[in-house]
Write a protein that binds this ligand. Sequence first.
Ligand code: NAD
Ligand code: UDP
Length: 313
Amino acid sequence: MVRRNLITGGAGFLGSHLCDRLMQAGEEVICLDNYFTGRKDNIRQWIGHPRFELIRHDVTEPIRLEVDRIWHLACPASPVHYQFNPIKTAKTSFLGTYNMLGLARRVKARLLLASTSEVYGDPEVHPQPESYRGCVNTIGIRSCYDEGKRIAETLCFDYQRMHGTEIRVMRIFNTYGPRMLPDDGRVVSNFIVQALRGEPLTLYGDGSQTRSFCYVDDLIEGMIRLMNGSHAGPINIGNPGEFTIRQLAERVRDRIDPSLELIHHPLPQDDPLQRQPLIDLARRELGWEPTVTLEQGLEPTIAWFRERLAEDG
Ligand code: NAD
Ligand code: UDP
């Protein structure tokens, strides 16, 4: 029997790549989105396909559907968007996850939560293993997202303990690739778009803070293995290659136009100083590790943005 998948946030960056993978595998996909940061264009290749359905819905409201698997990705991911309406972000994290877990319980579906490395906050332990409990500000501008994802994880494990709901919790580290929004403020898209427009690249702070960047194809492979496997998580999925933001800016600039300037903007509040996943658990439990280096992943990403900006004129 063909498996029926619900992907919340399915028209977003990661969700649309997941739609592609599941559709290519011959499964049924229901893509649910409120289009806050998602775009129909991301999934237009599947519209009209007999195994594909599109639902405009907000996960803060309950919904009844018959599905086997729920991939719960709905939530804005970039700081600019999740801080736009922080109360809505907190509602999406809590009520959205609560509603999806309620659905999973009712129809006995397995639910995968797209959690985040932000549950570690500004970490004092480096690199971060899943056992690290984090250092998160409860009242700052990132808290709606960080604490939202923390309570979402808590809900998953309480549904598992109380109702036997099958859950998978994935802690996603910074991921990039085609279909990121050009204006969503995340660092990879910002630098690429700035460089393609011939503008200076904006380093927040002195650019010495670090991140680890995972190419989207690797991430989706890890997500699918986690859903198919038997480990509930939480499991870190990310690329352990760690770069300062300055190094990233230099690599992007040198690939597009080495004459461009790097300029400084103030560092936003609570911006984590360092971030790198320990992925031993994913290697052991899922047989997964990333295969695409930053250099390899930047190429198709830059090519996609080049085309996108040309279309926009
Ligand atoms: P995205 O913003 O492109 O996608 C989120 C999608 O959810 C969008 O299509 C948006 O319209 C939709 N959405 C938001 N609120 C909704 C609501 N209330 N109801 C229905 N749909 C709603 O972001 P993304 O990068 O694709 O992230 C997907 C998931 O992965 C998010 O849960 C995010 O927290 C998590 N994550 C992503 C990263 C990353 O680096 N990309 C890192 C850590 C965690
Ligand atoms: N950043 C930057 N310039 C930009 C956008 C972001 O220096 O134009 C920095 C940001 O301050 C952070 C890092 O890049 O230290 C990653 O930012 P992003 O918003 O992509 O993700 P997150 O902070 O959630 O990891």
